[in-house]
Design a protein around this ligand. Structure first.
Ligand SMILES: [Zn+2]
Length: 179
């Protein structure tokens, strides 16, 4: 028990240290690696490498959406799921139309804050009601304990700024428009 807590604390410290490193040219606060890593892909040996055009899509969501959120709240963000190859998306049970696959000039990211330092309910409210961010869809996924899903379209259709709330009803997840 104590060892477990200690290990978690060490992991968090390492993640903070990782976040403080210079990020190169990808975006101010994020690396491509953070957007493509997946424990499931590693564990199951699934290839999860985006094409060049998809890398640009991922870079755009970092620069135009995630960096401003990170900057506004002043705390490190942890991407819990970014790019997913079709195979990875299938294995983890993602929707067949998931923007995480970055198939249509788009891409999506699920995120939380490191150490749950920021209340995601407030973050969702800020993104959808106060920020001037341009994004395609923002989903409150089972908050306050869950995560925020946000997507951005680089080429093709215009971004919709659509706001959605995921809730569980009778054991099933349903998505409805934010009121
Ligand atoms: Zn998602």
């Amino acid at each position: 028990m104590v060892t477990n807590k200690l290990n978690q604390a060490i992991k968090l410290l390492k993640e903070y240290a990782e976040e403080q490193k210079p990020k190169g040219k990808f975006s101010k606060y994020f690396t491509l690696e953070e957007l493509v890593r997946s424990e499931t892909a590693t564990r199951k040996g699934i290839k999860n490498k985006p094409a060049k055009a998809q890398e640009v899509q991922l870079q755009n969501i970092c620069k135009l959406v995630l960096d401003p959120i990170r900057e506004h709240f002043g705390e490190p963000i942890r991407v819990t799921s970014g790019y997913r190859s079709p195979k990875l998306n299938e294995v983890i049970g993602g929707s067949s139309k998931s923007q995480h696959m970055a198939k249509n000039g788009d891409c999506a990211v699920d995120f939380k804050f490191l150490g749950n330092k920021v209340d995601l309910v407030k973050v969702f409210k800020w993104i959808t009601e106060e920020s001037k961010l341009n994004y395609d869809q923002c989903i409150s996924e089972f908050l306050p304990d869950g995560w925020i899903h946000i997507s951005y379209i680089t080429t093709g259709k215009p971004n919709r700024n659509k706001n959605t709330v995921a809730v569980v009803k009778d054991g099933k997840t349903i998505y409805k428009d934010k009121e």
